[in-house]
Unconditional design. Structure first.
Length: 405
């Protein structure tokens, strides 16, 4: 029964060679690592990242174009307000625009009459002053309308429809003003959260907190993902409930969908530091009851060949004259027999495919975020960082093939 099961498994394992693109090779890195502690941390943002959107004009809140939790970009519509104040401003601007045209025509006529001697210099000066006063009022209203996001040059009729646009990218937090309520220029309408940067407040024992420095690193684990973080500040007060110190970290390359206020686990590396060889956590696996990291077989064989060549040269230098030539002949004869045997069974050996990877047993020193410090491989040595499952399967297929023939 066992033989039949193995035969059924083999066809399933052969296609794994086509999954080589799922296997990722990286180099082991030499990194500084100190004492690693685990702490609880709360995701937060700085106070300046949460802003209130105000109405800027008095009026009636007609509708919201957004809902809480919605992502918005700078320039997106967020609120519609019907404002009598805006109606007066736009009507006044259009009136000044017409007055400006009439005043400019009056100034031109007065200038022509002055050249012909039918108008005094005082009349011309008064016409110029009247035009400039109208233009000054027009420019003031134009500036106010532009600050509200309205283009004066596009106005054809007076309007009371004031549309408020988002002043920055972010996520709508909380809607503060009820729909169809009356608002003034300072009424907060909603909160807008800038999600470009996230921070984490880690809760540490006082003794550990006193060891943090600008070199302190952290790794925040959220939803099976790890985010590197760096030290920002040791906050000046102790948390009253936990009696622990609060350390602020900035989360590096954080996504835009972290939940504010959520708690997560954080690994923190404290001084003193020492250089250790580190690999990705995903590279570690249990194989035959031991923790191992997979490396390419050809690299390992090349390394052993170099070491053996060095030993052979050393032996040749130390004792070549005393070499047993009879033993050498016997060894050569044995090699010839083996070669002849290999030629007879060459066809059988070609059918067996050896796995291109081998397992190296390692000792785990410390976990640090998505990395782990180990002993057993050298710095800059290549290892399998992703696709360990496929490598295991290839080695299993290879071992089944050897036993089968």
């Amino acid at each position: 029964m066992t033989k039949y099961i193995l035969l059924l498994l083999l066809p399933l394992l052969f296609p794994l060679q086509g999954l080589a693109n799922e296997i990722k090779i990286e180099h082991a890195e030499l990194k500084p690592l100190g004492k690693v502690i685990q702490a609880n941390a709360q995701i937060t943002q700085l106070s300046g990242q949460k802003q209130e959107v105000v109405s800027r004009l008095s009026g009636h809140l007609e509708s919201y174009f957004v809902t809480p939790g919605q992502q918005v970009k700078e320039g997106d519509k967020i609120v519609l307000i019907e404002s009598i104040e805006l109606s007066k401003m736009t009507a006044g601007y259009l009136a000044l625009l017409e007055q400006s045209k009439a005043a400019e025509a009056q100034k031109n006529n007065t200038m022509k009459l002055h050249k012909k001697g039918f108008s005094s210099q005082n009349d011309l000066s008064n016409a110029i002053v009247a035009l400039e006063e109208i233009r000054s009022k027009q420019n003031a209203l134009s500036s106010q309308l532009k600050s509200l996001g309205i283009k004066p040059e596009e106005l054809k009729n007076a309007t009371d429809q004031f549309i408020l646009y988002a002043h920055a990218d972010g996520v709508v937090g909380e809607v503060l003003a009820p729909l169809h309520s009356n608002v003034n220029a300072q009424t907060p309408l909603m909160t807008l959260v800038n999600q470009s940067d996230y921070y984490a407040v880690a809760y540490l024992a006082v003794g550990d907190a006193m060891q943090v420095s600008h070199e302190t690193k952290g790794w925040l684990s959220v939803a099976n993902k790890t985010y590197p973080s760096h030290f920002v500040q040791l906050l000046p007060s102790i948390d009253e409930e936990t009696q622990r110190a609060k350390v602020l970290f900035q989360i590096e390359k954080s996504p835009s969908n972290l939940l504010l206020g959520a708690f997560a686990e954080m690994d923190i590396s404290l001084t003193p530091y020492r250089d250790v060889v580190m690999v990705k956590k995903s590279a570690l696996t249990l194989y035959q009851g031991e923790w191992v990291v997979f490396v390419e077989a050809k690299n390992e064989e090349a390394e052993h060949h170099e070491e053996k060549s060095g030993l052979d040269h050393e032996e040749e230098a130390n004792g070549h004259d005393g070499h047993d030539h009879n033993a050498h002949k016997e060894e050569k004869h044995d090699d010839e027999d083996e070669e002849a045997h290999d030629e007879d069974g060459e066809e059988d050996h070609d059918e067996d495919e050896e796995a291109p990877y081998i397992a190296k047993m390692v000792n785990i020193i410390e976990y640090a975020g998505e990395y782990v410090a180990i002993e057993g491989i050298r710095a800059d040595e290549e290892y399998v960082s992703e696709g360990v499952y496929f490598v295991k399967s290839m080695i299993l297929k290879s071992s089944l093939g050897e036993h089968g023939h």
